[in-house]
Design a protein around this ligand. Sequence first.
Ligand SMILES: [Zn+2]
Length: 321
Amino acid sequence: MYILNFMDNLSKSSLNFLTTSSLDRMAGIRFKKQDFEALLNSPEALFVLVKKGENLLSENNGSDPLFLKKSELKNVSVTEENCFLLGYKGKNLYFALALAEDSSFTLPVDAEFTGLRKSKLQVKNWTGSLLAYTNALITWHGNHGFCGKCGSSTKPEELGQARYCTNENCKTPHYPRTDPAIIVAVTRGNKCLMARKAEWPDGMYSLVAGYVDHGESLEDTVVREVMEETSIKVKSVHYHSSQPWPFPYTLMVGFFAEAENDEIQVDTHELEDAQWFSREEIIEGLKAGSHKLPTIFSISRKLITDWFNEGNCGELQEYIK
Ligand SMILES: [Zn+2]
């Protein structure tokens, strides 16, 4: 039997890309306001820059993020409004730094701002995970400048891990929002249920996914989403692993489930198509170039790979050009 069946969920999740499990988030110092300046000016401090949702990468191959020291941030104001503590790893303290669109920041030689999805970034590396975390946090700050309760402005607190309402009569604290979504590999014998949206590249199929509603367990969402999108009823649901997905701040929760029926009826409001694929059909499609897998750094790819590898066709990676 495939070895992943024997791994615990902590181990499985740690294999997903974009997770920052090895980062010390330093929660103990978030309320020590006087430390902020000292931390910023520490020789260990490195800044992860984001401008208009894009990350600072080396221009040469676009695969290495550039983290800058404070001395390299010429003409940039670094304040509690735009700079947020990420955590500590190795010998470095990492801060997220949001640059204004009209910032006069001078790009280092051989550097450019690039979107995470477009980049050739080696997301398998820990540094890719740090960019994902940074992007989610900065996007959340940018989207939550006003209190959802009273409409007054909010300001960053707790070294950037919260925003407090500035209205003295409200003072509601707001914490970084994460939206849970399920993603599920539904199986039926040797086949796996896969679906695609019209805007995806031709031939690309992924798994059924969807956001959790209020009042639902994660397993309830699996059952509802699969039924809504494909009319397939699932009879068992097993948790696999989870993955932060910073577009903008989703937590993907991965499952396996077994189908009770075969006949698919596609909800064309959400999907362009859904089909059962056997391992052999996937091999054939990959060889012909007619079947494409979801991106290597997604939990979707991980679930499909784990399902495939448990069959009798070898490892999925062998068939990828
Ligand atoms: Zn308020």
